[in-house]
Ligand binder design. Structure first.
Ligand code: ZN
Length: 103
């Protein structure tokens, strides 16, 4: 199995999972229930991950590349007004505390 995607929220990972499955790729989600354990682990190791069979890796990555071209270009990084965390532009809420991005 190969990891082809990781996302800070399960909604996004689920979207990718659906996309791959609709394209006939047998994809699996991992780490879905580890979100509550953030603390000792580096945060991005707790992100939901999408895994596929080795044989499907190239096709899956090609599909994901298409997906990222279709999606709107991410805006600039922003700082969370609640906890001060720096978030990348594609996130609409703070990955650390869940506060919505200010307008
Ligand atoms: Zn925050």
């Amino acid at each position: 199995m190969k990891k082809v995607y990781a996302a800070p929220d399960s909604l996004r990972a689920g979207h990718v999972l659906n996309l791959l499955q609709q394209s006939g790729i047998e994809a699996q989600m991992r780490n879905l229930y580890l979100g509550g354990g953030v603390g000792d682990l580096p945060v991005n190791e707790c992100w939901p991950e999408v895994w596929v069979d080795d044989a499907d890796e190239m096709r899956a990555l090609a599909l994901l590349a298409e997906l990222s071209q279709v999606e709107a270009a991410p805006g600039p990084a922003w700082t969370c007004p609640n906890c001060g965390e720096c978030n990348e532009g594609q996130f609409t809420e703070c990955w650390r505390c869940g506060t919505q991005r200010p307008e």
